[in-house]
Design a protein around this ligand. Structure first.
Ligand SMILES: Cc1cc2nc3c(=O)[nH]c(=O)nc-3n(C[C@H](O)[C@H](O)[C@H](O)COP(=O)(O)OP(=O)(O)OC[C@H]3O[C@@H](n4cnc5c(N)ncnc54)[C@H](O)[C@@H]3O)c2cc1C
Length: 479
């Protein structure tokens, strides 16, 4: 077990992608196996020392940033223990610190597919389960939760607890289970979760599976040490396309049509995002109002897949001149690079301006998607700063990214962000679809579930972590 106490090492654990300021910790503990991790938690629990669990630090909500106590990092839990093919499907057993890109590459060598496909591939498996991460392809495949079959957890007191989906189910809103050491009885929150992609607060349903409570809990209820993850048959190939539109209405109509064809991903880019892309990629037209990027599994031949989409284009009055198709691996990679370039470039611009990027992670029910987009447009007409709207339109989950250039503009951006959150809640949507609440969005969670919902979550937290040492300051405050 490594213990690091020098300020420069500690400093590197005080940040993620959220720009949350003020993090501090006494030391960083880096266990090299699950037994060492369990021992570290046992000691912290006995001493009532607050523990923040760290994954790769790619989080967007400040969840891994400690505000006191110690950090326990999962970075040395890097074993891919097994990848097993059963028929055309299979599973992988991985430790928490395995990089998503390594997991995906190892699965692909066995012609198996781990569906999670974020723009950022250096996240750890444990971090993605703790935030119920999703990404572009969740339109077809769903979010991380759907693929978590088993978890090896380290509970707050250091006990190692293995949990299989199907082992423990709630009855009438209460969940009872035994670990080797203790009996637990937990009354679940009574709120109704939004019918969208959702990573906001604890999962709660009257008859839920206990494993779902530990997915998306952002290190506040237990630590994911190891996971068994479901894999599907490797798609033969993906057809990847950009479609450019002269007006937004046409892009929205195409989205409605494309949804029916169930591709893997349907992504939206607004005019400003296209302008940003065209700085680096000259083949991105500068005179278009919007673009849709989509990926579709090719199950037969590429020609047939293209034919299917040509029919959809023709019904929507879309000219093939307004499309770009990836026909080779090289072009496909270039398309993916374009997708990755956007958040990277925006982060660079924010660093340059000296003011944090203000962004949203909201998803609304499908029939409210267009109303939400209209609301963004109307509100942002008044924005004195650059902004970009892009993302997972298939899931009615587009990110608004605002880049203020002064304190005054930053305050305006924060007010607009709050307004968007309220609008999403009023339309039956969520306040965080994939990034989690962390430390950055606690006020938004109150808008979604109210004080009562927060109290109910705290009750769950107290049942699993009586000394309140885990992930302090994440999801809610209780001091
Ligand atoms: C450029 C960019 C693109 C991104 N794209 C996407 C995207 O498409 N979809 C998406 O969902 N997210 C995306 N993200 C956000 C981020 O990658 C995810 O939130 C990811 O799940 C975080 O994983 P991590 O290992 O970096 O976790 P961290 O940031 O280290 O931690 C996140 C939270 O999980 C907790 N945690 C970490 N590991 C464990 C564990 N083993 N047990 C219990 N709790 C733990 C931490 O305490 C913290 O609260 C993106 C981020 C960036 C920078």
């Amino acid at each position: 077990m490594l213990v690091k106490e020098d300020p420069s090492t500690i400093q590197s654990y005080l940040e993620d992608s959220s720009n949350t300021p003020g993090g501090h910790a006494d030391k960083i503990i880096i266990p090299e196996n699950i037994d060492e991790a369990s021992a570290a938690f046992k000691k912290a629990y006995a001493d009532k020392t607050p523990v923040t669990v760290s994954g790769a630090g790619t989080g967007q909500a400040g969840g891994r940033i400690p505000f006191g106590g110690i950090v326990i990092s999962t970075e040395k839990l890097t074993k891919i223990k097994k990848i097993e093919k059963i028929g055309e499907k299979g599973y992988a057993i991985v430790e928490a610190g395995v990089l998503i890109k390594d997991l995906k590459a190892s699965c692909e060598r066995k012609r198996l597919f781990y569906t999670y496909d974020p723009t950022e591939q250096t996240a750890f498996a444990g971090g993605t389960i703790a935030t119920n991460a999703s990404g572009a392809r969740s339109f077809r495949y769903g979010s991380t939760r759907k693929y978590v079959l088993e978890l090896t957890l380290i509970l707050a007191d250091g006990e190692v607890f293995h949990l299989k989906r199907g082992d423990v189910k709630a009855k009438a809103g209460t969940i009872k289970f035994k670990t080797g050491k203790k009996d637990y009885e937990i009354r679940l929150p009574t709120y109704k979760m939004p019918p969208t992609k959702n990573s906001a607060g604890y999962y709660a349903k009257d008859d839920m599976d206990l494993i779902d409570l530990f997915i998306g809990q952002e290190g506040t209820l237990g630590t994911i040490a190891e996971a068994k993850l479901g894999l599907i048959k490797m798609p033969k190939e993906f057809l990847t396309m950009f479609v450019f539109f002269k007006n937004e209405e046409k892009a929205l109509k195409f989205t409605r049509d494309a949804r029916k064809a169930r591709p893997a991903a349907i992504e939206y880019f607004d005019k400003n995002t296209l302008a940003l892309l065209s700085e680096k990629y000259p083949n991105v037209p500068k005179d278009r109002e919007a673009a849709i990027f989509f990926e579709d599994e090719i199950s037969t031949t590429e020609d047939k897949a293209v034919e299917k989409w040509e029919k959809i284009f023709s019904r929507g009055g879309i000219s093939l001149d307004d499309t770009q198709v990836a026909m080779s691996e090289k072009t496909r990679r270039e398309f993916m690079e374009k997708r990755q370039f956007i958040p990277e470039r925006m982060s660079e611009m924010a660093k340059h301006s000296g003011f944090p990027k203000v962004s949203t992670d909201l998803a609304v029910p499908e029939n409210k998607n267009e109303e939400m987009l209209r609301h963004y447009r109307e509100t942002l007409k008044l924005a004195p700063f650059l902004y970009f709207i892009f993302g997972h339109i298939g899931d009615s989950h587009m990110h608004v990214n605002m880049l203020p250039g002064s304190k005054k503009e930053y305050d305006v951006a924060r007010r607009m962000q709050l307004d968007f959150v309220k609008k999403s809640v009023s339309l039956g949507g969520t306040v965080s679809a994939e990034h989690g609440i962390g430390k950055a969005k606690k006020d938004f969670l109150k808008l979604l579930y109210g004080e009562k919902g927060i109290r109910e979550m705290i009750r769950v937290k107290c049942a699993l972590d009586a000394k309140l040492i885990l992930g302090r300051g994440n999801i809610f405050d209780f001091f």
